[in-house]
Design a protein around this ligand. Sequence first.
Ligand code: SF4
Length: 296
Amino acid sequence: MKISVTLLSSYLYCSRKLFLEKVLKLEEPPKESLVMGTIRHEAYDYINKKEELIVSSIEKKIPLGEVQELYKKEYLKILRKVIVNNKLRLKEVNINMLDAYKKSFPFILEESSTRALNIFNFIEQNNVFGEVLWERLTPKIISELRVESDELRLKGIIDQVHVYDNDYVPFELKTGKMPFDGIWPSHRVQIAAYSMLLQERFNKDIKEGFVVYLDTKEKRHIAINPYMKEEVIQLVNEVIDLLESKELPDFCNNKNKCRKCGLREKCYSKGEMENLLKIRANRSETPIKQKHLNIT
Ligand code: SF4
C-alpha cells in the first residue's frame, strides 16, 4: 500500500477524523477557506508554468514599471481563469466570482511585484535576455511535482520545488493560521516526507525546505535532520495500521479543532458511529486486498 503524504498531516491533526474520512467514508462539507485556498493554489500553479514564457519574452532592458506591468497582466489573466474554473465550488460555499477575485487579487498582485523585481534585478546584474535569461535564471521553480516511492510507501504532489544548480528545495504553500514561531508539526512532517521522496527521485541529499504561509506572506525555513525521517517512517506505519483497523480512534481532545470540524455532529453521535462501524465490518468481510490499494 502507498499512502499520500497529506494523510500524515491529517493523522497528526486528528486520527479520528482521518478514520472517519478514509475508513468510514464520511465527507466534510466544503468550506470557504478551503475553496479560496484551492483557488490560490491553482493560480500559483499556472503562474509557475507561465514563468518561462514571461521571462523569455523580455528581449531587452526595460524599466521596472514595464516588467511589473507584464507580470501583473499575465497573473490577473490567470486569476480570472482559475476563478471561472472554480465557479461551481464557489457557489457551494456562497461566494460570488467577483468577491473571490477581490479576495485573491492582493496576493496575486504582491506575487507579480516580487517576481518582477527579482527578474529586473537579475537582468541588471547579468545583462542577459530572452531564452538565455531563462536558462541562466536560478532558482527555477517546478510546481506540483508528483513523487512516489514503493520503498517509502509514500506518494504526493509537492507544491513547488526550487531547483538550484545542484540543490532541490521543497516548498509547501499553506493558507490559514500560521504558528507564532516556526511551522506547524503537520507541515514539518510533510516537508520531511517530501524531502525523502525528492532524495530518492533525484539521488541528492535534501537539506532544507520551506513553508510559505500565504495569508501572512511569510516564508518559514526548516532544516531536515535524520530524526524527522525516522518520524516519517513511524507515521507511515501508524497511518497504514489505522487505515486497516476496525477500531474507531478516540476524540482528539482539542475543542478548537472539534468546533471547526465539519464532521463534528456525526463524530459525536454514538448511534451514527456504531452504525457506520457495522457497515465497515460487513464491507471488510468481502475480501479486499488492501495491500494493492493506493490511498490518497
Ligand atoms: S469532531 Fe473533533 S474528534 Fe471528531 S473528527 Fe472532528 S476534530 Fe476529530
